[in-house]
Design a protein around this ligand. Structure first.
Ligand code: DX5
Ligand code: ZN
Length: 216
């Protein structure tokens, strides 16, 4: 199976959003990654429900929601109503992570836990069996187009080992600074899903960029 690719809408042309969504629909992209920022958990604000309503209306790919917000549990129902396939919540933003993960599942969505670059994979010891996916941040969350943090490769290897040793099916997703070069090494280290913003939307041929990442 080839690696899954989830282009991040954050790097899209918001003046021509419909056009970019149609490109995603035509492309081999597996999911569409949606970065929700509140200006509190991360030092940036992205887009909210008035925009998301149209993204959900025009996008035919499963929506992979990445919540970079405090108290993500407050908005889970809204994302269910939007039609999200999966919801990623940050470990650092959830006081009652197990409860939040259960709520996402009760709503019928896939649940993922996200770790910041400085959060070790060892914190997953008592939650990994309950999540469908782990999202490892390979940059500090908040902005597109940042430089890949090298240590992430080692972290992916550690997580791959943890998942395999326990016989789990948990997917590993990575987000930040992913391009053909870093993507190749991440796939070799055991990643299942690549999120890519700049590497897709910054390319001259965006559909070809998605295809190349998918064939790594
Ligand atoms: C950053 C976001 C990413 C971002 C990635 O906080 O979570 O999804 O869009 O952008 P690139 O791929 O350009 O680093
Ligand atoms: Zn993201």
């Amino acid at each position: 199976m080839s690696v899954l690719v989830s282009p991040s809408l954050l790097s899209a042309d918001f003046g021509n959003l419909r056009k970019d969504l149609e490109m995603i629909n035509r492309s081999d992209a597996d999911w569409l990654h949606l970065d929700i920022m509140d200006g509190v958990f991360v030092p940036n604000i992205s887009f909210g429900f008035p925009v998301l309503k149209y993204v959900a209306k025009y996008c035919t790919k499963p929506l992979d929601v990445h919540l970079m917000i405090v108290q993500p549990e407050k908005f889970l129902t809204n994302f269910k109503e939007l039609g999200a396939a999966s919801v990623n919540v940050h470990y650092e933003a959830c006081v009652h992570l197990h409860r939040t993960i259960s709520q996402i599942h009760e709503l019928g969505m896939k649940a993922a836990v996200t770790l910041n670059p400085s959060t070790p994979v060892s914190v997953l010891d008592d939650i990994i069996q309950d999540v469908d996916m782990v999202l490892l941040m390979t940059v500090n969350p908040g902005f597109g187009g940042q430089k890949f943090i090298e240590h992430s490769i080692e972290k992916v290897r550690k997580l791959r080992k943890m998942i395999d040793e326990r016989g789990l099916k948990t997917l590993i997703e990575v987000d930040g600074g992913v391009n053909i070069e870093t993507g190749k090494r991440l796939v070799e280290a055991g990643v299942d899903v690549l999120v890519a913003g700049n590497a897709v939307f910054g390319a001259t041929d965006q559909e070809a960029a998605i295809r190349s990442l998918r064939n790594l």
